[in-house]
Write a protein that binds this ligand. Sequence first.
Ligand SMILES: [Fe+2]
Ligand SMILES: [Fe+2]
Length: 484
Amino acid sequence: MSSIDYSEKIPNNVNLSEDRTLQRALEHWQPNYLSWWQDMGPDGSQNFDVYLRTAVSVDPQGWAQFGHVKMPDYRWGIFLNPGEADRKIHFGDHKGENAWQDVPGEYRANLRRIIVTQGDTEPASVEQQRHLGLTAPSQYDLRNLFQVNVEEGRHLWAMVYLLHKYFGRDGREEAEALLERRSGQEDNPRILQAFNEATPDWLSFFMFTYFTDRDGKFQLCALAESSFDPLARTTKFMLTEEAHHMFVGESGVGRVISRTAQGRVISRTAQMINELKTDDPAKLRAAGVIDLQTIQRYINFHFSVTIDLFGADESSNAATFYSTGLKGRYEEGKRTDDHVLKGQTYRVLEVRNGKLAEKEVPMLNALNEVLRDDYIKDSVAGVERWNKILDKAGISFRFKAPHKAFHRNIGPLAAVKVSPEGQVVSEAEWNANVDSWLPSGADRAYVASLMGRCVEPGKFANWIAPPVVGINRQPVDFEYVRFN
Ligand SMILES: [Fe+2]
Ligand SMILES: [Fe+2]
């Protein structure tokens, strides 16, 4: 179970060759996937040899192997964590029953919808990021971008396997449709709005991998609890890969504000501040670095767009998904309540007399909000780690995640304008302040002006510090990408 068969056309650890019909169906989908990769995968990169990790096992110790490969030759495949013998359903109305090895007829439509929605985000992010290779700040970063991209491609495979194996003809049609929708395309867009937004520059990319891939982590964690065992097992392995994506984001943003010098971490931007004896954004920009206020506005944007992904604060679908055992809570197994949640309540925000106020609602209906709050705790912790960089450099500026009601597009909070501090403001106040709360056209133009290709081994664009260590213990100036 833990080792992966690479002698087959589609590497897998699910004994694919024993199910000829499924194998044929997936081998038919494979060339369509590859032609999607040719069209929508990283721009102009088809001939590069990239130092990538490939899963060779699902054993947590030593699951990956590193080597230079051309991305279209990457071995995308189907890897599920080993099953737990006699696994029981541990939440919802079916608690205590055996986990399902097949899809119960009555939950088929909901499970398919969950799998398709998750699956759709994977190719979407590849599409959003496809042009970034042209402006990579270093070879190291270029390689990390490509690593994230091939693994998002593999995550698509993970969902397509479930669709093909368990959902018959509908599943096969959904698998085709996953290759047909396009991020940002008006007539056939990706399902979720955040996956139709452009990722215009590398600061956005780092913010996206920090904030939005972390949404992926929380969704996958909730699905890893599912009573539908194949979904639980495939999402568990996806989480192994996901950790690196969030690392790319956190360290990327960290490197924008820091550099290693004189044996201690000080901020590159902060160092500029010290040298210039000012934190005037204009002077910092003149020095070619990204001012802290602009970074803060990018945080505000990506944080708010991402927390919308958890859905409406109150949702009967969320209650159904939980009670029927399709989707659990984050770390369901570690919680000490009854795992059924009937009669329990949770606080959500509403607008009362022009102000934000809390109200108690049935917890089952508030499970989107529960997951959003767990996400917020986790993502705020990383913002504090960025603040440590400033602290060490003796800079008093602090980053702060905005209030969860700020800049929302889903749920009751979408009806009001709220400042990053959580004050309901008038339309006029919003308009007067929006350029200091969210990246303005000028901010984006400035960040875009810094983007240029810097790909000599060991060289880094001026606006970002080198990493402390390379990938897989390779030196920082290692040839991570051979351009041929
Ligand atoms: Fe993913
Ligand atoms: Fe990811």
